[in-house]
Design a protein around this ligand. Structure first.
Ligand SMILES: [Zn+2]
Length: 189
């Protein structure tokens, strides 16, 4: 299971601090899987991250429940579960395509995104879109969803237009906390 947390710093600063980073301490919290034992520290794993100003390895803090053997990993808010690309570049690519209505070749020309990868991003995004819109409505305390179009592409365009002026990392973390959804994939349980 992965949980996201507000790292409160850039990916570069996070990477530089390594094991010394002040990770949230889940020691002593009940295991979210079996609820019959407390979590303990279980080292780190290394993963690759690409954001606008950093590309390289980062450490991910991990906890384990000795009762059921499940682990809980703490993903910093600039990273996206299951993808090397972080939240920021993923939103950048999807905003160009959906909100700026750039064609596929223009979207890919100004980012490090292949056509195949963009196709996969679109597929996942559109699967998650309604949940993301609900999350955004909730986060912004709106009475009605800020997205009114019916076609998926237009709906996604309105969604990314709404979050354009917001802090990408912050809004993504808040949507995730409410819906357990991220842009491209549900977190693996
Ligand atoms: Zn457990």
């Amino acid at each position: 299971m992965q949980q996201m947390f507000d790292a409160g710093c850039s990916a570069e600063v996070y990477a530089t601090q390594g094991r010394d980073f002040p990770f949230p301490d889940l020691t002593g919290e009940l295991c979210p899987h079996c609820r019959s034992d407390l979590l303990r520290k279980h080292g780190f794993y290394v993963r690759y991250l690409i954001v606008l100003h950093y590309a390289g390895m980062i450490l991910i803090r991990r906890y384990i429940c000795k009762e059921c053997g499940h682990t809980v990993s703490l993903l910093p808010s600039f990273a996206h579960p299951g993808r090397a690309y972080g939240i920021e570049p993923i939103i950048y690519v999807l905003t160009r395509f959906y909100a700026d209505e750039k064609c596929v070749s223009e979207t890919c020309a100004f980012s490090v995104c292949s056509r195949q990868l963009l196709r996969w991003f679109r597929l996942r995004l559109e699967q998650n879109l309604n949940m993301l819109i609900m999350g955004l409505t909730d986060v912004l305390s709106l009475r009605a969803p800020p997205v009114t179009a019916e076609a998926a592409k237009k709906r996604a365009g309105q969604f990314f237009e709404c979050i354009r002026s917001l802090n990408a990392e912050d809004i993504s973390l808040k949507i995730f906390e409410r819906t357990r959804k991220t842009y491209l994939s549900p977190l693996p349980e």
